[in-house]
Design a protein around this ligand. Structure first.
Ligand SMILES: COc1ccc(C(=O)Nc2ccccc2)cc1NC(=O)CCSc1ncnc(N)c1Br
Length: 273
């Protein structure tokens, strides 16, 4: 392993720069590691907040999992350290920031850009499932963009945000698959459903089951009330792929490796990802 794995880090190893993200991640700063001049994102979590949310063990588990994940489309967690009051996560810095801001700016993405993103996320999820890691919480808010325009699943500690979301019911339910709305246990096919939602949102700018009231969103998810608006114009191949992913029966959802062979992906995704 490279030196960063073993070293005991302290705050004095870093020059702290501007805050990143919107504060919903807790406090994240751009930082430069003094010796290597390597730019990273430094996430600061308050121990008091972790204790109050009872997520210390989840953080330890996530740090353990993430430290073994090495994939170009998964944001690296290089290491962590702590002081009296805080825990610091040393994260890969994604130079082009948050994908959702890009999606808001251009309303929706082209079919080529959408297919390229979906294919790279499918490859990242295949890698995660291969390591028995699921539910990477893939929605626009958890996706960052690297310096070459490549997507990075950043997975902002889903346990913290999901917990907060449940407590305050803020944030989107749009990505929950039927089995989670009915809160039965879930498996890797959860990620296929979420990727289908994401693909729809890339192409149309809104998630497929969006509704004013949470109860309506739940009903639309459970009924898989999937409709494709006339605008923007989207190819039949794209609609076919989405229709094969947003299937209530988890065993009938298109497997991720089959997704990579789907004509829409083959014809539109940029192989470099
Ligand atoms: C591998 O990425 C993570 C891994 C873990 C956790 C985390 O908090 N886990 C956690 C926290 C408490 C309890 C249980 C789990 C968070 C992240 N990632 C982040 O928070 C993303 C910070 S924003 C950002 N990052 C890089 N470049 C940018 N341009 C930006 Br903007």
């Amino acid at each position: 392993e490279d030196a960063t794995e073993k070293k005991r880090w302290t705050l004095s190893d870093f020059n702290i720069g501007k805050p990143l993200g919107r504060g919903k991640f807790g406090h994240v700063y751009i930082a430069r590691e003094r010796r290597s001049n390597h730019v990273v994102a430094l996430k600061v979590l308050f121990k008091s907040q972790l204790k109050q949310s009872q997520v210390e063990h989840q953080l330890r588990r996530e740090v353990e999992i993430q430290s073994h994940l090495r994939h170009p489309n998964i944001l690296r967690l290089y290491g962590y350290f702590y002081d009296q009051k805080r825990v610091y996560l040393i994260l890969e810095y994604a130079a082009k920031g948050e994908l959702y801001k890009e999606l808001q700016k251009c309303k929706y993405f082209t079919e080529r850009r959408s297919a390229t993103y979906v294919a790279s996320l499918a490859r990242a999820l295949i890698y995660c499932h291969g390591k028995h890691v699921i539910h990477r919480d893939i929605k626009p808010e958890n996706l960052l963009v690297g310096s070459q325009g490549e997507l990075k699943i950043a997975d902002f500690g889903w346990s913290v945000h999901t917990f907060n979301r449940r407590r305050t019911m803020c944030g989107t339910l749009d990505y929950l698959p039927p089995e989670m709305v009915e809160s039965v246990e879930h498996d890797a096919s959860v990620d296929i459903w979420s990727l289908g939602i994401l693909c729809y949102e890339f192409l149309y700018g809104i998630p497929p089951f969006e509704a004013k009231e949470h109860s309506d969103t739940y009903r639309r998810i459970l009924q898989v009330d999937l409709k494709f608006p006339p605008k923007p114009v989207v190819s039949a191949a794209a609609k076919d792929l989405i229709s094969q992913m947003l299937v209530k029966d988890t065993t009938k959802r298109l497997p991720l490796h089959k997704l990579l062979e789907h004509p829409w992906i083959v014809q539109n995704a940029d192989p470099s990802g």
